[in-house]
Design a protein around this ligand. Structure first.
Ligand SMILES: CC(C)(COP(=O)(O)OP(=O)(O)OC[C@H]1O[C@@H](n2cnc3c(N)ncnc32)[C@H](O)[C@@H]1OP(=O)(O)O)[C@@H](O)C(=O)NCCC(=O)NCCS
Length: 228
């Protein structure tokens, strides 16, 4: 099958809709993901700019209490898994950035915000970019056009490769964060993660009012949690 038609295509996984990309499937978490979830929360390098690593005991206790499924219980949250082996290699989350946090492109905030983490052995292979493009392509098929944000210290290259434009910097969590923005519908027909499109001008002018829209992936809406 051609790359274009697979990137961001949607299929069923464990009763939820999974998103398929070339090398990846984005799906909800299940119990065999436990070790990967612990690794993502405890690895000092993965967590270096995300508030630092969590203590292993605390992470394991939380997983015991909540179950692995809790890690991706929000509608826009997925495990990034290897398409061939189903091994969990990361997490991706499309949520809404709350108004009380800095870094917005529309009055009142609540824009879609994309974040991702990969286990260290999987860095440097274009997998985060592939997962991001697939999630945004799936979201773009269901939601009206609107800005999507990436707020990061470390993922600037990833954002640029995907056609996000840097529009601001601001301090948060004792660090300087970069705010990058793209138009959601730029991902509707984008076959590869490295094609650039002009995001800044489009995104600034978009109408939002989208948080009211309930869409069907996984039986819920995109980014309704608002936890940022
Ligand atoms: C942010 C993070 C997910 C990015 O992962 P990544 O693998 O570097 O990102 P990408 O998927 O864009 O991969 C790009 C790299 O893969 C390389 N690559 C190899 N094959 C590729 C392919 N087929 N397509 C695209 N890139 C490819 C690129 O050259 C690039 O390498 P470089 O970084 O040495 O220049 C990862 O570093 C991470 O988990 N960091 C910690 C968590 C964090 O800070 N997250 C940010 C919150 S938004």
């Amino acid at each position: 099958m051609a790359r274009r038609s697979r990137c961001g295509s949607i299929g069923r996984h464990d009763g939820h809709r999974a998103i398929h990309a070339d090398r990846l499937v984005l799906r909800k978490a299940h119990p065999t993901d436990r070790d990967a979830l612990v690794e993502l929360s405890t690895d000092p390098k993965v967590r270096a700019h995300l508030g630092g690593p969590h203590p292993r005991e605390a992470v394991e206790r939380r997983l015991d209490e909540t179950g692995t499924a809790h890690a991706t219980s929000e509608p826009g949250s997925y495990v990034i898994a290897d398409k061939t082996t189903d091994e969990a290699i990361g997490l991706i989350d499309l949520d809404r950035r709350p108004a009380h946090r800095p870094g917005h492109v529309v009055t009142g905030g609540g824009e879609l915000e994309l974040s991702s983490v990969l286990r260290r052995p999987f860095w440097g292979a274009g997998l985060a970019a592939e997962a991001t493009a697939a999630v945004l392509r799936a979201a773009a098929a269901e939601l009206p056009d609107q800005p999507v944000l990436i707020v990061t210290q470390t993922a600037r290259a990833l954002a640029a490769r995907l056609g996000f434009d840097e529009v601001d910097t601001f301090p948060e969590f004792d660090a300087q964060q970069t705010l990058a923005v793209a138009a959601l519908h730029a991902f509707r027909s984008r076959p590869a993660p490295d094609r650039r499109v002009p995001g800044r001008v489009i995104a600034r002018g978009l109408d939002r009012g989208v948080s009211r829209v309930a869409v069907g992936l996984g039986g819920g809406g995109w980014g309704r949690g608002g936890s940022g």
